[in-house]
Design a protein around this ligand. Sequence first.
Ligand SMILES: Nc1nc2c(ncn2[C@@H]2O[C@H](COP(=O)(O)OP(=O)(O)OP(=O)(O)O)[C@@H](O)[C@H]2O)c(=O)[nH]1
Ligand SMILES: [Mg+2]
Length: 466
Amino acid sequence: MGSSQGWFVDTVTDTIGAIASPVGTGGIAIVRLSGADALRIAGRMIRLKRRGSVPAMKSWSMALADVLDMGSGRVVDECIVLAMRAPRSYTGEDVVEIQCHGGVVVAEKVLSLAFRLGTRPALPGEFTKRAFINGRITLDEAEAVLDIVTSASEESLFQAGRRLKGELGSMVEKWETQIVDLLALLQGSIDFPETIEADKSDIQDLLAGLSHDIGAVLERAPLGLALSQGVEVCLVGRPNVGKSSLFNALLARERAIVTDIPGTTRDVLREPTEWYGLPVALLDTAGLRETEEVVEALGVERAQTAAVESNVILYVLDDTQGIYDEDVQWLSKWQNRNCLAVVTKVDLMKQQVDLKLLRDICQDRWVRASGATGFGIEGLKKKVQSMFASLGDPEALAPGSARQVDCLGRALGEIQRALGYLNQGWTDDVIVLALEEAAGSLMELTGKKVSGETLDRIFSRFCVGK
Ligand SMILES: Nc1nc2c(ncn2[C@@H]2O[C@H](COP(=O)(O)OP(=O)(O)OP(=O)(O)O)[C@@H](O)[C@H]2O)c(=O)[nH]1
Ligand SMILES: [Mg+2]
């Protein structure tokens, strides 16, 4: 659990409200209120069916009730009301959840009644932001909430769930405590050199250990980011080689137009999918070639941009045509990226692709497949998935956002700097400066020390009502 952020407290006295369930019709719609006045406001618009009133409800209790329109005196809907009192609620404040029937108008009406009684519309992620501000969760846990909501695969959910339980945060806090204790020791030896002496080899061991442990978590960053944000996989290659056929085969549905006319695909097509637990956004693009045709030329430009911006490039080669000079150029250009060559149309048994040349350019980064028969499609998915899974033990904990990776990277850099200073015999005050920076970066990760802009950036990615 994170510490309370004192300097935010006066910004969170008002009561906020939002529809917490998705827009549309469904079984139930949930209107959520949070703040010091939540119970009182709910009490004025809700009449419990049995006895009592919302403000008198016990914490973590529920009741059947009617929502009343005070203006017309009409019953708007029959609902179930849940009361959760501060500090034992999601936000750490008084929270009321009103479960009404799952219609758009019903939920909007219930919310509008709450607004009329002084509730303010919640901003995106404001409930979770309050949970952070009130010390219910740390910042990495708040990010994990978003990762859980947006999880595109079971693996993503597994990692995000562990971060929400605070596994990453508590590890980071342990490192931070070790550094802070060391800082106290070093500061003591600076202030009282006769009485306190810091043992150099103990400090070396400690810093080397920290450096190893943080480095190990950072090594898993590409896996963590791939799982939380998904990877973009982009099909590129010359016209007519079979990109769109592979696109369809990889999605197992006829999403893209396939014809034997070179230059069929123009715009970039983007479809979400999942390959062995890896959330993937698959992109199909226009065939790469010089062209005078305006629309196609724009498509070719977009194809190159999409390839450069993607996490994985699948460079498609046509086994009935072999490897052209342009193919060699593109493959060589992208060989230091996550680029995999896909030799397709192998069902036609033409074997025009020179495998020796392909191995020279791509080493083992190529596969054989057929968009027409489905041959090699699962192997291709598995190979892309293993590019990320092999980045670390999938069971091991990984950071889930670029922000977390940045904080860990800076902490590691400062610890290594401190270790370097120590080995070179620099004075303690220089080492102290580096270690203070390291501790600061770790505190940023959990949100103990964080700017308002960082918070705004994180919570603006949430939906309203979360
Ligand atoms: N037999 C066979 N034919 C294929 C295969 N893949 C594609 N084709 C055929 O090759 C032609 C071109 O396929 P597309 O998938 O449209 O090729 P593309 O690379 O998307 O082409 P552009 O969009 O024009 O760049 C079509 O006639 C397909 O039916 C394959 O694996 N086997
Ligand atoms: Mg195409």
